[in-house]
Design a protein around this ligand. Structure first.
Ligand code: F6R
Length: 367
């Protein structure tokens, strides 16, 4: 039931604080990750893992790309992320003691399910499904399961499924880090505190709805948009571009900002809006200089950042500062919220069928 909301998508965007809190529930205490979060035998198994392969499609693939940065950083393990439709038709080489992870809201996506089955023949240490539907094929066919608890997602464009996937994947990164002795009690307590603050940070981001709706007017008549991010925010930019494409039918592309000079900078002129995800992290100065180059070529900038970053608005630079920017585990989920809202409001202004965008199905059960 949509209740007071105009669309399921908007309702689901607003359900995210709760969905994330549910997904963390009983998996972390106030200061540590609970060993049982991944099932009874998982602790021993995770300690044996020497590398991770993550497979998914679409938005779920973007969640996997984000997790890669976190797993490498927290656990020091090599992590590859791949689209299921590519993985299943390669002959993937699987080194010893690798963990296979598939991510899927529905648990029925044909390519991801086929990848899970193929992985069953490849000698992985174990196959873990991160999934939102308990009775789905992927849950039934995996060795380990970590449920996202987003509840039913009706809008075709995935929102709360994505941020709950990010929450579950953060738990995986932490569990791997812990199992490999890379996380002392203090680091674990800090990470858990950061995760527990995520629902409130998402709520704070949702408060930006008004200014984002205004910004959306700038995009309604555009035909193209370029999304930029660096590091863990590069896949966040990809997710923002996908949301805009799907529901507003505006052509949007995401680039790692460091790639601009290698081609896409040629696209930039007054008609090309640039949407940047640029929080104050280790890469802030890098993306700032990328954005200055864009600005110098007349591009209109929409910058999602935070109070510390020092971005100054002018007539062609719009700055939205997130009130709570989070840390390395939670910033990607927090910065996704304004991008979801932006896509949503552009689509509403354009009058598209937000919950059922043309040509798309909620669950892609045929290839
Ligand atoms: C985008 C979207 C799709 C799905 C993709 C995978 O908003 O919803 O890209 O993420 O089809 O679906 P699941 O996660 O069910 O495997």
């Amino acid at each position: 039931e949509r209740g007071e909301y105009r669309h399921y998508m908007l309702k689901e965007i607003h359900e995210q604080p709760n969905a994330v809190a549910e997904t963390l529930e009983e998996r972390v205490t106030h200061d540590h990750l609970l060993a049982a979060a991944f099932g009874p035998d998982a602790e021993r198994l995770l300690a044996e893992v020497e590398g991770v392969h993550i497979i998914a499609c679409g938005t779920s693939y973007h969640a996997g790309m984000i997790a890669r940065y976190q797993i490498e950083q927290l656990a020091g393990l090599p992590c590859n992320v791949e689209i299921a439709s590519e993985y299943r038709y390669r002959d993937p080489v699987v080194p010893e003691r690798h963990l296979f992870v598939c991510i899927s809201q529905s648990g029925e996506t044909a390519d991801t399910l086929a990848a899970l089955r193929l992985a069953g023949e490849k000698g992985y240490l174990a196959r873990l499904a991160i999934c939102n539907v308990p009775e789905s094929s992927m849950v039934r066919e995996s060795d380990l399961v970590l449920m996202t608890r987003a509840g039913p997602e009706i809008g075709v464009a995935s929102t709360k499924a994505f941020t709950t996937q990010l929450s579950a994947l953060a738990l995986l990164a932490l569990a791997l880090g812990k199992a490999h002795g890379r996380l002392d009690a203090e680091a674990e307590a800090n990470a858990v505190a950061e995760l527990r603050a995520l629902p409130t940070a998402i709520e704070a981001a949702l408060e930006l709805d008004g200014p984002i709706e205004k910004l959306a007017e700038h995009l309604v008549h555009r035909h193209h948009a370029l999304f930029l991010g660096r590091g863990v925010h590069y896949p966040v930019a990809m997710e923002g571009a996908l949301k805009l494409k799907e529901i507003s039918y505006i052509h949007a592309e995401a680039y790692a900002a460091g790639e601009l000079k290698h081609g896409p900078l040629a696209l930039v002129d007054e008609d090309m809006p640039i949407i940047a995800v640029a929080p104050s992290d280790a890469l802030l100065e890098k993306i700032r200089s990328n954005l200055e180059e864009v600005r110098a070529r007349g591009g209109e900038l929409i910058v999602f950042s935070d109070a510390e970053s020092g971005f100054l608005p002018d007539e062609r630079t719009h700055v939205i500062a997130l009130p709570r920017a989070g840390g390395p585990l939670t910033a990607p989920a927090i910065f996704t919220i304004p991008l979801q809202l932006l896509a949503y409001h552009v689509a509403v202004h354009k009058g598209t069928d937000v919950d059922k965008p043309r040509n798309l199905a909620k669950s892609v059960t045929v290839e």
